[in-house]
Ligand binder design. Structure first.
Ligand code: 5GP
Length: 189
């Protein structure tokens, strides 16, 4: 029996190479990242505007590896920059990806929403998900590009919980350790 838990679950070959995604990411941040006032890190040449798809895939593989033995029903994120890593992780895990929208579509019924304060934009906005895609008892894996103060994540946790689902895991490409998000979220258990 040589197949991995992921291969057994998805029924197809999944190649999770042993990479050092974190070290590669760290080097790229040191080489290309720009620090902006207020603690904003600009990484738009490879993470969230132009995207280095190969690097993002290596990051996604790291997350998939960590969650291959955990029951995950879907991957969730917030548009726009969370979509790239989230969709790659979802594809590797063989589950759907669901992203919270920042504008309520006129055709959406059964809206689950939450207010999120954007640290980079210094304003609040609502994020929403249709209740038809989040069911009671579902286990969600939250994936995002950044963790700063944790507001986006907390907003999504509250949406997930209002549907009777749970956030079973988190995968964040860049955690800014000097902001409080990581501590707040780890204290939630
Ligand atoms: P939080 O809600 O944790 O304060 O912030 C998370 C969200 O804000 C992420 O989804 C990301 O889009 C954005 N964000 C937070 N900090 C940074 C940053 O330093 N650089 C960039 N480019 N985006 C950030």
């Amino acid at each position: 029996e040589t197949s991995s838990p992921l291969e057994r679950r998805t029924g197809r070959p999944v190649f999770l190479t042993t990479t050092r995604a974190m070290e590669i990411l760290k080097k790229r941040i040191q080489q290309e990242g720009k620090c902006h006032p207020g603690g904003v890190l600009k990484v738009d040449s490879f993470i969230n505007h132009q995207i280095d798809a190969s690097l993002m895939m290596e990051i996604a593989k790291e997350f998939a590896k960590r969650f291959e033995d955990t029951k995950i029903d879907k991957v969730i994120t917030i548009e726009a920059s969370g979509i790239a890593p989230a969709i790659m992780v979802a594809s590797l895990l063989g589950v759907p990806m669901l992203f919270a929208k920042k504008k309520v579509p006129s055709t959406m019924n059964g809206i689950l929403k939450s207010e999120v304060f954007s640290f980079t934009k210094s304003r609040s906005y609502n994020v929403c998900i249709s209740d038809k895609f989040l069911r009671k008892g579902e286990k969600c894996l939250f994936i995002d590009d950044f963790l700063a103060n944790g507001c986006a994540l907390q907003g999504l946790i509250s949406i997930v919980e209002s549907a009777g689902a749970t956030v079973a895991g988190l995968g964040i490409a860049i955690e800014k350790g000097f902001q409080i998000g990581g501590r707040v979220i780890r204290n939630l258990g």
